[in-house]
Design a binder for this molecule. Structure first.
Ligand code: TR5
Length: 150
């Protein structure tokens, strides 16, 4: 019995290095909000507080901060902490998260006193005018919005 335990310990130490690295990589990807395969964006850096932003709301799943080039007196971006590049990349497993983002819009709009209304915009992909590849919802408020948008 003792001999068997000693042998299995010995075998563990002889696992090939690439295999050990693969296991470590998999564990890191599964326990991190930012999988190694996901494209890094300015918004992931804001989430990790590596770049400053004027944050107005945060919870476990979402972050809201002021847009650096506001297009209205109040212009907020709401992003999921999970790095989904764009709306078209959301999957059925993101169902609850998508609902959470919309309810966060409502919550932040109330918090900022947008009782007279506001506009919510999601730009998706090139033709949608998306410039940052991390899903975000714009809240625009504090002035009367025109229609159609450009
Ligand atoms: O055009 P889409 O829909 O992709 O919106 C991206 C938005 O991110 C734009 O309205 C930008 O003004 C905004 N943006 C870009 C940066 C940035 C930001 N908002 C807050 N803080 C920012 N930092 C620190 N860096 C940016 N590059």
């Amino acid at each position: 019995m003792e001999q068997e335990t000693r042998n299995s310990r010995k075998n563990f130490f002889f696992l090939p290095l690439p295999f050990i690295r693969y296991i470590r990589y998999t564990i890191r990807c599964r326990t991190s909000f930012t999988p190694m395969t996901t494209q890094e964006t300015i918004f992931s850096k804001i989430i990790r507080r590596e770049i400053p932003a004027d944050i107005v709301y945060e919870d476990d799943l979402a972050l809201a901060f002021r847009d650096v080039h506001p297009q209205a007196p109040i212009h907020i971006l709401i992003i999921p902490k999970k790095p989904i590049p764009k709306l078209a990349d959301a999957e059925s497993g993101d169902h609850a998260l998508m609902g959470h983002l919309l309810l966060t819009v409502k919550r932040v709009a109330e918090q900022l006193g947008l009782s007279n209304g506001y506009r919510v915009v999601i730009n998706n992909g090139n033709d949608g005018g998306q410039t940052v590849d991390h899903l975000h919802l714009h809240i625009l408020g504090g002035r009367h919005m025109k229609w159609p948008p450009g």
